[in-house]
Design a protein around this ligand. Structure first.
Ligand code: UD1
Length: 418
C-alpha cells in the first residue's frame, strides 16, 4: 500500500493548474450511456474514481479510449449488460449514477446498493423514489436495485433533502422520458450545472440549471458531441488553504472563481489576501490566521467536501472556532488523526470546537476517506518534521497527481511503498 512521506514546515512557491472536476466528470461519463454514439470528453482528471467509472462502463460493453492524458472517447453503442456489480459499486458510491441512464435507454438496470460509508449512512432512497415516480418498477433483491420500465414518464418530484447524485440520476433519466419532468429542490452545484450543459450539448432539453427547479422535456434520442469538464473547485480550495497554512504566496490557475464565492469570502475573513482574476487566483497569507466558524451547506454554501481541509486552517488560527457539519452525520473521522498531530478539537455530535494552536507536530497518520486524507496532507505540510500519511489510495480517488503538484510548488513530498 502506498503512503506519502511529507517533510513539513517549508513554504511553498509558484503556481499550478487545477484539474478537471471529478464530481462533474463522473456523471458525465455515466450520461454517455444515454446515447449510442461516440462522445469526446476533455479535461477529465486522471483519478482512481474515473478509472473505476471507466471499468464499470467497459464491464457493460462500452469502449473507452484515452485519446490523451485528459481526454476520453466513450462509445456505448454495444452495451451488453445493464448491470453494475457490487465489487465496483462498493469502491465508489457515485457508480449509482448509471442507474438513471441505463433505465432510460434500455428499460432495465440492475445496480448494486452502495452500502455503508465511513462518513455517514448515505441512503439512495431519493434516487429510487424519483425513478418510481417516473413509472419504473423497482425491486430490491439480494443487495441489488432491479429497475425496469417499458417507458419512463415525466413527473414532478421534490428532493428532501437536496441530493447531488440524486439530481444527476433523475435529470439524466428524464432526458429520454416521455413528456416533462420537474425536479424541485434540486442540487444547484456547479457539477450538476456542468452535467446539464453536457446533456444539452448532446441534444437534451433542460432549463433551470443552477436553480432549485430543473425542468426537462424528454426527447427521443441524443447525439454525439465533444464536451469539456469544469475545473475542480474542491481541489482549488484545498490549494488555497495550503497557501495559508504554509505561509506561502501561490497563484492557482485554471479555475472558475464564480464557483468559489463563499469559500473565498471565508478565506478572506481568515485574513487571506486574495486577488481574483478571470481564471486564476493569487493568494497571500496573513501574519496570523483568524479563526473562522462555519457550517457546511449545499451549494452555494461552504461544501462539506472542504470541511476537513478548513479544519486544518482553524487549527492553526489564533483563537477558537466552531465547525458545524450539516450534510453527513459522521464526517469527523479526520479529527482523531489531527489530534494525534497535536490539534485541540472537541466534538459535540456534528459540531467541532477547534482551539487554535501555534504549530502542528508530525506523526504517522492514516487517511480514512478522500477529503480527510487531503486534510492530513495539509496538516503534514504545516507540521515541522516528517509525517507519513498512510492509505493514500483515498486521496488518489479525487486529487490528480497530488504529490507531483505539491512537489512542483517546492513541498518535500515523496510517494513510498509500505
Ligand atoms: C455528492 C458528492 C460528494 C459530496 C456530496 C454533498 C459526487 C460524486 N459526490 O455526494 O462529494 O460530499 O454530494 O455535497 O458528486 N440523502 C438522502 N437520500 C438520498 C440521497 C441523499 O437522504 O437518496 C442525504 C444524504 O444522506 C446526505 C444528503 O442527502 O445527508 C446529501 O447527500 P448527496 O447530495 O446525495 O450526496 P452524494 O450525491 O452522495
Amino acid at each position: 500500500m502506498e503512503k506519502l512521506r511529507i517533510n513539513g514546515g517549508h513554504p511553498l512557491k509558484g503556481e499550478l493548474a487545477i484539474s478537471g472536476s471529478k464530481n462533474a466528470a463522473l456523471p458525465i461519463m455515466a450520461a454517455c450511456l444515454l446515447c449510442p454514439n461516440e462522445i469526446m470528453i476533455d479535461n477529465v482528471p486522471n483519478l482512481r474514481d474515473i478509472k473505476t467509472m471507466g471499468t464499470l462502463l467497459s464491464h457493460m460493453g462500452a469502449t473507452i479510449e484515452k485519446v490523451s492524458e485528459n481526454t476520453l472517447k466513450i462509445n456505448t453503442k454495444n452495451i451488453r449488460q445493464k448491470f453494475a456489480p457490487y465489487e465496483l459499486v462498493k469502491t465508489m458510491r457515485a457508480s449509482i449514477v448509471v442507474l438513471g441512464p441505463l433505465l432510460a435507454r434500455f428499460g432495465e438496470a440492475a445496480v448494486s446498493l452502495p452500502g455503508g460509508c465511513s462518513i455517514g449512512a448515505r441512503p439512495v432512497n431519493l434516487h429510487i423514489e424519483g425513478l418510481s415516480a417516473m413509472g419504473a418498477k423497482i425491486e430490491i433483491k439480494n443487495g441489488y436495485i432491479h429497475a425496469s420500465a417499458k417507458e419512463l414518464k415525466g413527473c414532478e418530484f421534490e428532493f428532501n433533502p437536496v441530493s447531488v447524485t440524486g439530481t444527476a440520476n433523475l435529470m439524466m433519466a428524464a432526458c429520454l422520458a416521455k413528456g416533462q419532468t420537474i425536479l424541485n429542490n434540486s442540487a444547484k452545484e456547479p457539477e450538476i450545472v456542468n452535467l446539464g450543459e453536457f446533456l444539452i450539448t448532446i441534444g437534451a432539453k433542460i432549463s433551470g440549471l443552477g436553480t432549485e427547479r430543473i425542468i426537462i422535456e424528454g426527447v427521443k434520442s441524443l447525439k454525439s458531441e465533444h464536451f469539456k469538464v469544469i475545473p475542480d473547485r474542491i481541489e482549488a480550495t484545498t490549494f488555497l488553504i495550503a497557501s495559508l497554512i504554509t505561509k506561502s504566496n501561490l497563484k492557482i490557475n485554471n479555475l472558475i472563481p464564480g464557483h468559489l464565492k463563499e469559500p473565498i469570502d471565508l478565506l478572506r475573513r481568515s485574513g487571506a489576501i486574495i486577488k481574483v482574476s478571470r481564471q486564476s487566483i493569487d493568494i497571500a497569507p496573513p501574519k496570523k490566521i483568524k479563526p473562522v466558524s462555519f457550517k457546511t451547506e449545499p451549494y452555494p454554501g461552504i461544501p462539506t467536501d472542504i470541511q476537513a481541509q478548513l479544519m486544518v486552517l482553524n487549527i492553526l488560527a489564533d483563537g477558537h472556532s466552531t465547525i458545524h457539519e450539516t450534510i453527513f452525520e459522521n464526517r469527523f473521522m479526520h479529527v482523531l488523526e489531527l489530534q494525534r498531530m497535536g490539534a485541540d478539537i472537541s466534538l459535540n455530535r456534528n459540531i467541532a470546537l477547534v482551539q487554535g494552536i501555534k504549530a502542528l507536530k508530525s506523526a504517522p497518520v492514516m487517511a480514512t476517506d478522500l477529503r480527510a486524507s487531503a486534510a492530513l496532507v495539509l496538516a503534514a505540510l504545516a507540521a515541522e518534521g516528517e509525517t507519513i500519511v498512510d492509505r493514500i489510495y483515498h486521496i488518489d480517488r479525487g486529487y490528480e497527481n497530488i504529490d507531483k503538484k505539491l512537489s512542483s510548488l517546492g513541498a518535500m513530498v515523496e510517494r513510498i511503498e509500505s
